[in-house]
Design a protein around this ligand. Structure first.
Ligand code: UGB
Length: 511
């Protein structure tokens, strides 16, 4: 390991080491860490440092990873909640659900949210105080039951649920599950895969950063949610699922309380259209901090349908098709659908691809330079990768599509703290706990309204400096109503009214 580090230009790591025989335990701990960093990265530290040098040189030169590509708006499926098409996709999705596995990426700490705990332990709304993880598990169990019921004679399939954790979230996620009896799921059905952090980089030469508090420790930071692919591949779970006759892998993020309202229909789209990759998307406001899904065509003829992160979309558009960059079109939205990082992959082609790549995802580096010479960093940086970059290596024959849903139905993540949310320009989403909670009541109210329930109009109120629509505070368990037709059947023929009780909550009357 020492020889490898020296050959890779890392002699600074040993600069302040005392004579042999002094602090030997600390030196051994250093090599234990080096061995761990080496083993947990595809191709080891040599490969990590080489890639880092290349990407740092590109970043210094200002090269855009999409240089040579021209973006255009790709084609996909656009759904309208509650119409016949939507209902058919929901039915198809529920039928397929027994052949799916769910993967939650929950290794992020949520620094922007300013919360010290794990995000999946937060209540998604304050009426029932159900936490995100409980809601996700209850949704998967309800889908499992509904899907198995459609099989003649029933079925015993348990939908696998994998949670990717990190050192920051692992112990607390396990604790949350164990202290709540896995929220009703069988413990064998849940699998935690922990992602490892990667070494930090101190400069443009790819020198590894020493922890300022301990000269025997290399500083590390998270590598991004793209790790999920290599972890799944090396876990061996994918082959087990394939052998059990499963067909789909659904990936989702940690704090979107609306997501499961969009899942049945989007899986229905995957199954009907035979998409190898289906990204769930919503109409996106120009410059909104979510990636845009674009078709990229290279001068040499290569094409791919891929998420372009918001900070890259604007310069790419300016350099190619639109000097104004990332702007809204006549619909009031960006022509590029917004990626909400809910991916549905078909298992067979996914395994085929990972067998070639080992699950390695194209990385990027985002150093914050001290000045325009770009010769030093404000603080150490590291390589990162994103799970939505998976399609980048796919062959042109791959069927890559997307499904656009109404925002109110599908997307209300909790990412920003109240102070930052209050500063969001008017008209753009807050993505805060306040807006996340209100979005759940609004979606439930709108679904009930579409199902024929009389629902009072919302009022505007300001909480934590954010103006939000307050609808009837209606919540229900996933088991009560998974799809639009479920809800419609539950409320039809009964006289149901939702009242807003000024600021106090809501009464949901059923007579
Ligand atoms: N996550 C991990 O599991 N491991 C990690 O190392 C990092 C994160 P953020 P961000 O939802 O609108 C994503 O930090 O930067 C998990 C997409 O890239 O919330 O907002 C973490 O626990 C972007 O295209 O991501 O960006 C969480 O569950 C857009 O879709 C998830 O990864 C955006 O999300 C996302 O982490 C969005």
């Amino acid at each position: 390991m020492a020889k490898m580090l020296l050959e890779m230009g890392q002699s600074h790591l040993f600069e302040h080491w005392p004579e042999p025989g002094t602090e030997d335990d600390e030196k051994r701990a250093f090599f234990d860490q080096v061995a761990k960093l080496d083993a947990s990265y595809p191709g080891g530290l040599i490969s990590y440092i080489k890639t880092a040098r290349e990407l740092l040189a590109d970043s210094k030169a200002g090269r855009n990873p999409f240089d040579g590509f021209t973006p255009s708006v790709p084609s996909g499926e656009s759904l309208t909640f509650g119409d016949d098409n939507f209902v058919q996709f929901e039915e198809a999705g529920v039928r397929e659900m027994k052949n799916a596995a769910f993967i939650l990426v929950a290794g992020g700490l949520g620094e922007r949210l300013g919360y010290n705990g794990i995000k999946v332990a937060l209540p998604q709304e304050s009426s029932s105080e159900t936490c995100f993880l409980q809601h996700y598990i209850e949704s998967i169990l309800a889908l499992q039951e509904a899907s198995c019921k459609l099989v003649q004679g029933g079925c015993q399939r348990q939908i696998p649920f994998v949670i990717m954790t990190s050192d920051d979230t692992h112990a607390r996620t396990l604790e949350l599950l164990e202290s709540n009896a896995y929220f009703g799921m069988s413990p064998t059905q849940v699998k935690l895969l922990k992602q490892e952090k990667v070494a930090c980089l101190a400069d443009n030469d790819g020198r590894l950063a020493v922890d300022p508090k301990n000269k025997y420790t290399i500083q590390t930071k998270p590598h991004g949610h793209g790790d999920v692919h290599s972890l799944l591949y090396s876990s061996g779970l994918l082959n087990i699922w394939r052998d059990a006759g499963m067909r789909w892998v659904l990936f989702f993020q940690d704090t979107n309380g609306l997501l499961f309202k969009a899942i049945p229909a989007s899986l229905g789209v995957s199954a009907t259209k035979q998409y190898h990759v289906n990204s769930l998307a919503v109409p996106r406001k120009a410059k909104e901090a979510i990636g845009g899904i674009a078709k990229l065509t290279h001068a040499d003829g290569r094409t791919m349908v891929i998420n372009v992160e918001y900070n890259q979309l604007d310069p790419l558009l300016r350099a190619t098709v639109n000097p104004d960059g990332d702007v809204n079109c006549e619909t009031g939205y960006s022509p590029f659908p917004g990626n909400i990082n809910q991916l549905i992959l078909e298992l067979g082609p996914y395994i085929e691809e990972l067998t070639k790549t080992g699950g390695a995802i194209k990385e990027f580096v985002n150093p914050k330079y001290t000045d325009a010479t770009k010769s030093s960093f404000k603080s150490s940086t590291r390589l990162e990768c994103m799970m939505q970059d998976y399609p980048q290596t796919l062959p042109p024959t791959a069927r890559v599509g997307f499904t656009v849903m109404d925002i109110w139905l599908a997307y209300a993540p909790v990412k920003n703290n109240p102070e930052d949310a209050a500063k969001v320009p008017k008209g753009n989403p807050y993505h805060s706990a306040t807006s996340g909670e209100m979005a759940i009541y609004r979606a439930n109210s709108l679904i009930l309204k579409k199902a024929g329930v009389k629902v009072e109009d919302p009022v505007l109120q300001v909480f934590n400096g954010q103006e939000v629509e307050v609808w009837s505070r209606v919540t229900w368990k996933p088991k009560w109503g998974l799809t639009f037709i479920d809800v419609k059947n539950k409320v039809s023929g009964s006289m149901v009214t939702c009242h807003l009780e000024a600021q106090m909550g809501t009464y949901f009357h059923r007579r």
